[in-house]
Design a protein around this ligand. Structure first.
Ligand SMILES: Cc1ncc(COP(=O)(O)O)c(C=O)c1O
Length: 496
């Protein structure tokens, strides 16, 4: 099979592609969230010992993709996909992602990506602007907030732990610590590991029932570490925590950081989009004092994975950390306006994808009003869902949502006095059956020591009726288990 990019063949393929996209978006509500198959069935169908010696052509390959790979994958754009913080991806942004691949450039250097460099800088500034960061704030795009957290903490370490750390490393220095809440994202622990700080020097601050950091405990832990000769140099505040979506008190944490000379990094991977609604803006108060902020457009702004901005009041701190002087690639010379500099000097990445384009296309096509209306609508949906749960005697919401994310438990009277571990198992079994039947896809998470259902409510297609239906499905499957448990078994729940 030969490479063929003739006009006719590209047009033919585009018709197929148009059908795939149209069916995916139009059919989102009518299909199951997942056509469930057991692991060994999937491995049997998709795993091939060796690559094909002869190709079957692109049209046939796309048919295999559509009928096999896509058909048997989770439909993350489905209104009842609420499992993770990325609710599928919106159409303009998906096109943006394809067009990024079409351009196939790296933003390492201005000379091969001049316009892309301007757009990335510009979109970073828009994001900093809507968050209310100081004038002049901007940053870079990275593939995900896990990496953005690592990069932000690398800047913090190099700036706060003394001169020439970049050259000398941590050798011979006093131990240092990163401070975060008990419920911060696991990428912070990974960053402590990768940066040579060590996970044992991750100071975990206690949280309230909604997973928000307790500032008294923060001060106590910073003092304790300092008294032991450990230098806490950075605090990570989470704006939109992974399990509950709640916000750490950023302004109070900023005060503590100032007092103890620590870098404040705000992980707003999920909660950044709350800046578009007045109540969210209030909760994000203090973010303007952060030394760094990350925000995923691939979460609440539903750009496809990945599209993450890492923002600083002065992005030059990135250059201090990563400018490598690789002279085969970077050819800086005097008089270059700063906004046209090689972005490769601001990041550890050499192949730096144009991940800002999908957000630019979405923003340009729909405008800020779209984000504002959409976030206001999702906040309202989560409030209504909370009311629905609170009124229903069979359900118990864990907290009043701060962002569009709600955890809850199914606790009908027959179950509420049961063994707590058994109730946890029951929740896991009910969720699994719902997923296997393709009815909905939501998560389960540990909160205050017990398993809770966790629904992320930022998918623009999810309606209150969908959520009502979800509760009815949980109720009927739950009742089925309860009845089988009541008829002669010790446990009300089958082991899974
Ligand atoms: C609070 C928080 N920070 C960071 C991340 C990691 O983001 P990413 O998936 O973009 O690496 C997540 C992921 O859900 C998160 O919830």
């Amino acid at each position: 099979m030969k490479h063929d990019s003739s006009q006719n063949s590209i047009r033919k393929i585009h018709h197929i592609l148009a059908d795939i996209l149209t069916d995916y978006y139009q059919g989102a509500s009518s299909e199951k969230v997942l056509d469930y198959h057991e692991r060994d069935q999937l491995v049997g169908e998709f795993y091939r010992e060796s690559p094909p010696a002869e190709g079957i052509g692109l049209a046939e390959t796309l048919a295999e993709f559509r009928n096999g790979i896509l058909a048997k994958s989770v439909k993350t754009w489905h209104p009842l996909f609420m499992n993770q913080m990325f609710p599928g991806a919106s159409y303009p942004a998906v096109l943006g992602d394809c067009l990024t691949s079409l351009m196939n450039t790296t933003l390492a250097t201005w000379e091969v990506a001049p316009v892309a460099t301007i757009i990335e800088r510009n979109v970073s500034e828009w994001m900093a602007g809507v968050l209310g960061l100081p004038e002049g704030s901007s940053g870079i795009f990275l593939p995900g907030s896990s990496l953005a957290n690592l990069v932000a903490l690398t800047v913090a370490r190099n700036q706060r732990l003394g001169d020439r750390l970049r050259q000398t490393g941590l050798h011979g220095r006093a131990p240092a610590a990163i401070v975060c809440s008990q419920n911060s994202h696991y990428s912070i622990a990974n960053a402590a590991n990768i940066l040579g700080i060590g996970e044992n020097h991750l100071v975990r601050v206690r949280t309230n029932d909604c997973n928000e950091m307790l500032v008294d405990d923060l001060v106590r832990k910073v003092r304790e570490a300092t008294a032991q000769g450990i230098r806490p140099f950075a605090v990570v505040a989470t704006a939109g925590s992974t399990v509950t979506g709640c916000m750490d008190p950023i302004s109070d944490i900023a005060d503590v950081c100032e007092r103890f000379d620590m870098h404040l990094h705000v992980d707003a991977a999920f909660g950044g989009a709350m800046t578009f609604v007045p109540e969210g803006k209030k909760r994000l108060h203090g973010i303007e004092r952060a030394d760094s902020v990350c925000w995923d457009a691939h979460k609440s702004l539903h750009a496809p994975l990945t599209s993450t901005a890492l923002l600083f009041p002065n992005a030059d701190v990135l250059k201090d950390c990563f400018d490598s002087g690789a002279n085969y690639l970077f050819h800086p010379h005097a008089g270059i306006p700063p906004e046209t500099e090689d972005l490769g000097r601001y990041t550890p990445l050499c192949g730096k994808r144009f991940d800002a384009l999908k957000l630019w296309i979405l923003w340009n096509a729909y405008g800020t009003d779209y984000f504002r209306d959409f976030m206001a609508d999702r906040v309202r949906l989560s409030e209504r869902f909370h009311e629905m749960l609170a009124k229903d005697p069979d359900f118990q919401p864990s907290h009043k949502p701060c962002t569009p994310l709600q955890c809850f438990r199914f606790l009908p009277p027959a179950l509420s006095a049961g063994n707590p571990d058994e109730i946890d198992r029951f929740h896991r079994a009910v969720r699994e059956e719902i997923i296997h039947r393709g009815m909905a896809f939501f998560n389960i998470a540990r909160l205050n020591g017990r398993d809770h259902f966790r629904t992320v409510l930022i998918n623009p297609l999810t309606t209150l009726d969908d959520l009502r239906r979800l509760l009815e499905d949980i109720r009927s499957i739950g009742q089925k288990y309860l009845q089988s448990g009541n008829s002669g078994h010790d446990s009300v729940v089958p082991e899974n």
